[in-house]
Design a protein around this ligand. Structure first.
Ligand code: ADE
Length: 239
């Protein structure tokens, strides 16, 4: 798949995407990531990309024209249609269902704002959806875009090694993950739960499911209501 990121700091995204699973997805040809700088599409000696807000107030607003020209170049670089997603705290909160939806796209564009934001007319004309990564304000959309790139890259077929399979991830079934342990069995910080060494796969699966359900119920009761619980899960919760 292809992701284009429009940002005043495209190098930032390139750095984030150079390591670990995302880097590997790139090397394996599963993801091609392209950074675009609206400044390269700005006119004049100063290549201005922002101006003061009408109505006064602090900060600067990103200009329509450099962003529009940049998006035109992005679209022209590949014939496949691409939806444009603006990263902003006003957007719909990102969740794993949205990540799965994006991971199945052939192509999309992430637009990162800086300063106070982007001229609303550009957003109205060019943006298909807004996404937020949480109820807090970052100084720009780049970190949020890097989050989307990472979450989407690791779901590409072949990005994860077998041992890292995404099937068991938190949220893949709408619940939080169970606890994990490795060697040594005995440690001054505690002992590994006996069931995990029993070799009884059915017992282990049941224990993990109970842990996931319990944690989700304690830490994120809002998710329990939305998760697709089986009758067996409901029985476990009532135990
Ligand atoms: N840009 C600034 N803050 C953001 C947030 N919380 N989510 C997405 N993009 C942002």
């Amino acid at each position: 798949m292809r992701i284009d990121v429009v940002s005043l700091f495209p190098e930032f995204i390139a750095q984030c995407a150079a390591f670990g699973v995302v880097g590997r997805a790139g090397e394996r040809g599963l993801l091609s990531l392209h950074g675009w700088n609206p400044r390269d599409h700005a006119e004049g000696n100063y290549r201005r990309v922002d101006d003061r807000p009408f109505g006064g107030g602090p900060g600067m607003v990103m200009l329509i024209d450099p962003l529009r020209a940049c998006l035109r170049a992005v679209r022209a670089a590949d014939p496949r249609p691409a939806r444009v997603i603006y990263m902003s705290p006003q957007g719909r909160p990102l969740d794993q269902a949205k990540v799965r939806e994006l991971a199945a796209c052939e192509r999309f564009v992430l637009l990162c704002g800086r300063y106070e934001g982007v001229d609303e007319r550009l957003l109205q004309a060019e943006v298909d959806e807004e996404l937020s990564i949480g109820d807090y304000v970052l100084s720009g959309g780049e970190l949020a875009a890097a989050v989307v790139v990472d979450a989407v890259a690791r779901l590409q077929d072949g990005a994860l090694n077998d041992a890292e399979s995404a099937v068991q991830d938190s949220f893949e079934d709408g619940l939080l993950d169970c606890p994990h342990y490795t060697r040594p069995v005995e440690h001054e910080l505690g002992t590994v739960p006996e069931v995990l060494m029993s070799g009884n796969h059915a017992r282990i699966a049941r224990w993990r499911r109970m842990q996931s359900l319990g944690r989700t119920w304690l830490r994120r009761p809002d998710l329990v209501d939305e998760a697709a619980l089986t009758p067996a899960d409901r029985a476990l919760l009532e135990e």
